[in-house]
Every structure is written in C-alpha cells, then in structure tokens.
Design a protein around this ligand. Structure first.
Ligand code: AMP
Ligand code: GLY
Length: 425
C-alpha cells in the first residue's frame, strides 16, 4: 500500500511516523516532506498549492491514500479535486474546510447549531469598526481576520487603543492580505485553552486525547504568537465530567450541524476550546490535525492510525481499534532564533540531532529541516519537535529538558516552561 502525505512540517512527520507503524506496512511518500520524513520514505518535490501537480502525480503513481496535512490546500479544495479523480483522501473538501477557512462562516455555523462561542460582530468597513469600538468602549476583545492567516490572524486586545490598532492592521493595512477583507470583533473569554482533535466520518467520530498548546514564543506566555512552541497531553484539567459537557454542548452539535448542512466531512476536525467559568466555548475550528498537537497526541494512541483513516473514508469508524495508551506526552519545539519574525536558515544541526535521535526515551519529529549530504540543516522557523512519553508529566518533562540542557543548539531556542504548571501545582 502506498500512502502520500502532503505537507512538510512536524505534523506531517508525526502523521507519516504513525502511519508507518500500520500493520499494512505501507510505503510512504511525503510532498515535500523534510529531513525527518526522508527517513520513512521518499520526499517528492511537488508544490501542494498547485493542485494539478498533485493530481498528475497521483495519476502517475496511483497512491492508495492521500493524507492532507495543512489547511491551505484543504480550504482550496484539494480533497475535492483528488476525489473527482478517484483518489482516496483523508481530509475534508472545501465545504467542510470552510469551518477553518472563514471565521465568519464558523461563527454563523455555531449560531445555527447553538454552539457556545464568544459574542461577535462582523465588519468590512474600518470606519464602522472604529465607531463600534468607541461607542461600546470595547476594550477586552479579540479582532480576527476572516480568512486564513497562518495562525496569526487573531489579535488579542487589552484596551480600546489595542482594538483600534488591530482594526488598522487587519482591515486598513491588510497585513494578512485578502484574508483581512472582513473582520470579526469578538468578546475576549477568560479561562484555560485546550485542543480536542477528532477523526470524523460523516456522522461518526473518534475523540483523541485533549492537549494543551503553548502559542506564545517565550517562557511565561510572553512574546508574539507562534504556530505553537510546546504541548502536553492529555490535558489533566479535562475531567470526565468536563469531557461530557464538551461532547454534549460542542462536539455533538457540530457533527449534527455538518450533517444538517449536508457536509460529508472526512478527516480530522480540530476543536480549539476555552473552558470558562460558564462552561466550554468554541474558539476556533481547524480542518486538520494541530501542529504541534499531533506530535503529542499521535504517540499516545495505540492501534492503527492508517486503518482509522481508511475506516473514516469507508464510513465505518465505529469498528476502529484506536485507543489511548494511558501514557502522558510532552513536546518541546526547537525554533530558529528570531522566529516567528525573521530568522536564519541553513544552520547545521547534525550533531545535536544525532544525540536526540540516539536517545531511546525521545521521539524526534522534524519540521523546518533539510538534508545536505550527511548533514541536516535548518530550513524553517519551527525546526524540531522533541516528544517525550512517560507515565507521568514530571518524568516526561525531566527527560526532555535534561537532554536539551546538555546540547549546544546553535541558532535555536526553546521554551523552558512547557508543562511547568503540571509539576508545581
Ligand atoms: P484563533 O486564530 O481564533 O485560534 O485565535 C488564536 C488565539 O487567540 C487562541 O488560541 C486564543 O489564545 C486567542 N483567542 C482567540 N479568540 C479568543 C477569545 N474570544 N477570547 C480569548 N482569547 C481568544
Ligand atoms: N497549534 C495550533 C494549530 O495547529 O492551529
């Protein structure tokens, strides 16, 4: 069996790694992949934003399954294009991907289906947005670009000045291009965040363990927002009671809403949640696995991810033997100095990587890396995810940080407080 994974980040390495463990012993290709996925199979030089390149490859090589990692091609309808050509795809079509591709659509979807989410207003006119902020004296709020903005399109505001400046940034200056043609100004919720990844097949779904991402660049949740600098899973604060509440008030109505809207969703659906004093709220949907959540959650699963993906496509998820192991996981991201702003590429990380790779207690997922002969060089902002599995979080945390503390890590930085709160409280 031949599986093609589209994407080149840590999430895609984790997906390829989990798929490679399948009893079906698949051959794996990754487009375009990284130095990590190159250890699992062939890296294929395709521009995945050019759907015709992927379609042509599939016509020639006939992979049995295509797994789409990132959101942009999904929102652009790559899954529809491939299905039209008879290719089996794990990933939603453009209809389902609108849940991530348009915040305004996802807010409307929540309204239609009674899913708790922050109160909001939509604007496409800057004057009206500024007037609204002044009139309502909106201070604590979040201003969001409607479209895809590489995870950077939400600006969390503390006061009126912040809110005005966020409107300028997104709507007037168009920092996120056309994604900022329309904006949402929504109430800022207080609570703790958690991610729930689900595998969805129409009206059926499987929940994977809850996880907790760390989006800010620096320790203490300081600094700019990033794609995610570390994760732990499962989120200990999610009790069985809270899980039931989330399932009943958010997950089930979402699945029912998709069915009612005649959206046949096949793929991972990501629920970004805020657990407030008034209960759980939906902050965002994503139409794919989280990055770096996948690097924490997939290693916690026992069973055959590839079989689960195929079952999702075939509409018989109920029989899938995918279980949680009961272990804990903790992921620390090594990022290029300067990320998420400008950073250097082409830094040699061969020696540090060898120490990490040789450590049986760690799983190393590559993101922005590339091979040059026998060497591995950095090629992106987030470079490596180091995952530790253990029976408790203290064990995971000690393992990762004891190892990282002894490395040189030239040109890279990492947060030193991932999972800190789990140990000290
Ligand atoms: P989003 O792009 O919608 O996921 O937002 C990115 C991040 O902004 C989230 O992970 C939260 O940390 C924060 N955020 C978004 N919406 C809200 C909200 N309504 N209240 C508080 N924080 C939010
Ligand atoms: N880690 C956040 C995301 O994947 O969107």
């Amino acid at each position: 069996m031949h599986v093609l994974v589209l994407g080149s980040g840590g999430r895609e390495h984790a997906l390829a790694w989990a798929i490679s463990k399948s009893a079906k012993k698949p051959k794996i290709s990754c487009a375009t992949g990284n130095a990590g996925t190159a250890q699992l199979g062939a890296n294929i030089d395709l521009d995945i934003d050019e759907h015709s390149e992927v379609v042509d490859y599939c016509k020639a090589e006939k992979p049995d399954l295509v797994v789409v990692g990132p959101e942009a091609p999904l929102v652009d309808g790559i899954a529809d294009h491939l299905r039209d050509e008879g290719v089996r795809v794990f990933g939603p079509g453009s209809g389902g991907s609108r849940l991530e591709g348009s915040k305004i659509f996802s807010k409307g979807f929540c309204d239609d289906n009674g899913i708790p989410t922050a109160a909001y207003k939509v604007f496409d006119d800057e004057e009206r947005a500024h007037k609204y902020i002044d009139k309502q004296n909106i201070g604590l709020c979040v201003v969001k670009a409607d479209g895809l903005a590489a995870g950077k399109g939400a600006i969390v505001c503390d006061d009126v000045i912040d809110a005005h400046s966020a409107v300028d940034t997104i709507l007037t200056e168009r920092k996120f291009g056309d994604a900022g043609e329309r904006i949402i100004i929504e109430d800022r919720l207080r609570g703790f965040e958690t991610t729930l990844l689900t595998i969805v097949s129409g009206s059926e779904y499987i929940k994977l363990p809850y996880s907790q991402d760390h989006k800010r660049a620096f320790d203490g949740d300081k600094g700019p927002n990033t794609g995610g600098m570390g994760v732990f899973a499962p989120t200990p604060k999610i009790t069985a009671q809270l899980d039931e509440l989330i399932t009943n008030t958010i997950v089930e109505p979402t699945i029912a809403g998709l069915t009612n809207a005649k959206i046949d969703y096949t793929g991972c659906l990501y629920f970004g949640l805020m657990i407030t004093e008034d209960g759980p709220y939906l902050i965002e949907y994503n139409c794919r696995f989280g990055d770096p959540e996948a690097q924490a959650v997939l290693p916690l699963m026992e069973g055959d991810l590839l079989a689960a993906m195929e079952a999702a496509i075939d509409g018989n998820l109920r029989d899938v033997p995918l279980r949680q192991t009961g272990k804990k996981s903790l992921v620390v991201i090594l990022a290029s100095d300067g990320y998420p702003d400008s950073y250097r590429k082409g830094v040699f990380i061969t020696d540090d990587l060898k120490v990490l790779d040789d450590d049986p207690g760690l799983i190393v997922f590559h993101a922005g890396t590339r091979k040059q002969g026998r060497d591995v060089l950095t090629s992106g902002g987030r470079v490596i995810a180091v995952t530790s599995l253990g029976d408790d979080f203290a064990q995971c945390r000690n393992k990762v940080y004891d190892t990282l503390n002894n490395l040189k890590l030239d040109g890279l930085f990492y947060r030193t407080d991932i999972g800190h709160e789990l140990i000290t409280v």
